[in-house]
Design a protein around this ligand. Sequence first.
Ligand SMILES: [Zn+2]
Length: 42
Amino acid sequence: MAMCPNCGKEIQTPSKEWDLGKIHVKQYECCGKKFREYEKKV
Ligand SMILES: [Zn+2]
């Protein structure tokens, strides 16, 4: 879950997600903008 930096709304489902080496990237979309959240893989 991520929070939109623009309107503060919580978004549960990423529109896209992928792995980047040891990082798992989740991309969210809101207010016509995209923002990302990074998770370290164990
Ligand atoms: Zn928003």
